[in-house]
Design a binder for this molecule. Structure first.
Ligand code: ATP
Length: 276
């Protein structure tokens, strides 16, 4: 059955977006879960019906047409929408609702880190870009800082390119290197989850390839949720994919199924490039 992409209620097929992969039905490896999530910008409801579960050490891609609510959803997960949008419903990180008033937002964002669309390094050296957050957390031991900075740059697959000049300005790096530095900065504080909002959209194909390789390696240690417009990228790097349309997560499944045998016609149309 064809679904009208402009209809806010594509009927019973909504039910079919439900999680079907057994690993996601086993709640023991669920690190993050959203329930009955609604997000409003003023009177405009930008997101509704976004019930998703994320398994540990998996990459999940959020795909869908422009304005479908992917970034709104992602930014709600670590409260980046605070002061911008009103969020109702539950966002459970290891069973704890991140919107509870007693939550330490700074600590929560350390555990649920974020990398933005455009690389945003500070106007400081490569070393200081990473040391900054560590010092803020009270770490001042030079040897300890050196070790963590080296490990983080290695995890972000940037170490070999910058190890001989860590005092160089981060702004002198290429766009792709800057984005990997932002990943190094995010992983230095040992998060559990990394949220990435179209991290490759400003990068050339070579840098994009390196970034994808880096993300694939990072999933051994982190749970990754990535918004992308790039279907090939979602298919290449993600284990699970959620298709968003008109403010709802319409279908969610293992990536291979979303791209080869989606249950919802609209998902099929989107991944086939019929609209976007
Ligand atoms: N800061 C904001 N203030 C008001 N409305 C917003 C804001 N951010 C997003 N919106 C609206 O919320 C809806 C969802 O936008 P969102 O950016 O989440 O979609 P998206 O799927 O990420 O789109 P894109 O792929 O273009 O980034 C859109 O109607 C958008 O105009």
């Amino acid at each position: 059955m064809l679904i009208n992409p402009t209809s806010p209620h594509p009927g019973d097929q909504w039910l079919e977006r439900n999680i079907v992969d057994p690993s996601l039905k086993n709640d023991t490896n669920i690190i993050l879960e959203t329930k009955d999530l609604h997000v409003y910008y003023g009177d405009h409801e930008a997101l509704h019906e976004g019930d998703l579960k994320f398994a540990e050490h998996q990459i999940t891609a959020l795909i869908g047409p422009s304005g479908s609510g992917k970034s709104t959803y992602l930014r709600s997960l670590n409260r980046m929408n605070d002061g911008v949008a009103r969020v109702t419903g539950q966002i459970l990180y290891r069973g704890v609702d991140v919107n509870q008033p007693q939550i330490d937002v700074y600590e929560m964002r350390r555990r649920i880190g974020m990398v933005f669309q455009r690389p945003n390094p500070f106007s400081k050296s490569i070393y200081e870009n990473i040391a900054f957050a560590l010092r803020r957390r009270g770490m001042n031991d030079k040897q300890q800082l050196d070790e963590i900075i080296e490990t983080s740059l290695k995890q972000a697959a940037l170490w070999d390119e910058v190890k001989d000049d860590l005092n160089k300005s981060a702004l002198a790096l290429s766009g792709g290197q800057q984005q990997r530095l932002c990943i190094a900065r995010a992983v230095a504080v040992k998060p559990d989850i990394l949220l990435l909002d179209e991290p490759a959209s400003a990068l050339d194909p070579v840098s994009t390839g390196k970034l994808e390789e880096t993300l694939t390696q990072l999933k051994d240690q982190y749970t990754i949720i990535i918004v992308t417009h790039n279907m090939q990228q979602a298919a290449r790097i993600s284990d699970y994919t959620a298709f968003f349309n008109l403010g709802r997560a319409l279908e969610y499944n293992v990536t291979s199924k979303i791209f080869t045998r989606p249950k919802v016609q609209l998902t099929n149309n989107y991944v086939a490039g019929d609209f976007g």
